[in-house]
Design a protein around this ligand. Sequence first.
Ligand code: PNS
Length: 159
Amino acid sequence: MVAALVPGSFDPPTNGHLDVIERCGNLFDRVLVAVVRNPTKAPMFSTDERIEMLEACTAAWDNVDIGSFSGLLVDYADREDIDVIVKGLRAITDFDYEFQMSQMNRHLSGIVTLFVATKAEYGYLSSSLVKQVAGLGGAIDKLVPPIVAAAIEERVNHD
Ligand code: PNS
């Protein structure tokens, strides 16, 4: 039984995130997607809203669960009996910071991080760009799942 942890901000979840989560579901026995509770960032969606969106978008995948954490990722991984952390890599620009975090997590607990290359068509995709494009009236329906697009559009139109 191998359990993988896919952590992130997911503000909001994009098709790129879901591609990585789906592939992890095919590779590992259990996948825990964890939303970071970060009080210093001002997110578009609350942690609970992000959890609800992820639950709706992953409902068809039986071995995928959604959780949240604050504090050190490695402590959460330890409490949840996680074997491996999985991160998506879009491009070389992601590499430095992700590599640094993976080495720090390995130093802290010995846990392994695996990197999954994102689908080429999602290589340019990020949660912040999706929010920016939506805020400026651009189409986001091919970038995020329909329920996420609806939630963003409602938020953007009411702000
Ligand atoms: O989606 P993001 O914003 O790239 O996710 C970053 C996240 C949540 C994976 C990262 O910030 C994280 O692991 N935070 C937990 C804090 C921690 O454990 N820091 C020390 C090890 S690097």
